[in-house]
Design a binder for this molecule. Structure first.
Ligand code: ADP
Ligand code: MG
Ligand code: MG
Length: 202
């Protein structure tokens, strides 16, 4: 079961990981963009933690709030995209005890919203290349999903996205030269998934 406390833990742990790896995210975005991804994400998740709904017992409410914080605090491409992801996922979840299969459905709606908003498909070297495969394994495994399933898929996807040619955002200007370099957004998504895996493990 996925609870409001787990949703809050997920956000706090994501924020810690992103802040702890801020320089790496900045460096990745410097190589293929404008170098603000570390700062954007740290600012956004800090705001999400500060504005976290500590009173609700509904995980959907928690995630909706996170989406709002990200939408209002992060300029850049990543704010509206992650904002949409959490908002749409949160909107789908109902009640205080959410099955993992339901969480998977919510995150599916979130990532579909992200794809629509960014006009992005798979294999275009964005955070979607990290998030969507992980959500797929959640859909496949349903309530039997484990943290190892998540991390196996996340690790594999992180390796794959590095080799893609960027088609979206500032990185697309680099065309062929973007191959072999990691996408900053895929890396931040990796930390967010790692945080979720840890929360499920507890
Ligand atoms: P900005 O590019 O506006 O400076 P960030 O640096 O915060 O914003 O975020 C960059 C990341 O956003 C990229 O690494 C990529 O993963 C993701 N991204 C950029 N454009 C798109 C898009 N159209 N669809 C999905 N993801 C995108
Ligand atoms: Mg940037
Ligand atoms: Mg920017």
């Amino acid at each position: 079961m996925f609870t409001a406390n787990m949703a809050r833990e997920w956000v706090k742990e994501s924020s810690k990981k992103i802040e702890g790896n801020k320089d790496q995210l900045t460096n990745l975005d410097q190589a293929l963009g404008d170098g603000d991804h570390g700062l954007n994400m740290t600012r956004g998740l800090k705001a999400a933690v500060e504005q976290l709904d500590e009173d609700t017992d509904e995980p959907g409410q928690v995630l909706k709030g996170v989406g709002k914080s990200l939408l209002s605090k992060v300029g850049g491409a990543s704010g509206p995209l992650y904002g949409t992801f959490f908002m749409k996922a949160g909107n789908h979840l109902e009640g205080s005890k959410v099955e993992f299969s339901e969480l998977a459905s919510g995150l599916r709606i979130g990532v579909d919203g992200m794809k629509k908003r960014g006009k992005t498909e798979r294999d275009e070297k964005t955070m979607i290349d990290l998030l969507e495969p992980v959500i797929e394994v959640m859909e496949e495994r349903g309530n039997d999903v484990t943290p190892d399933h998540l991390m196996e898929r996340a690790n594999k996807s992180l390796d794959m996205v590095m080799e893609y040619e960027a088609k979206k955002g500032r990185a697309a200007y680099y065309k062929e030269k973007s191959k072999g370099k990691q996408d900053a957004g895929a890396q931040s998504s990796y930390y967010i998934i790692q945080a979720l895996a840890e929360v499920i493990k507890k």
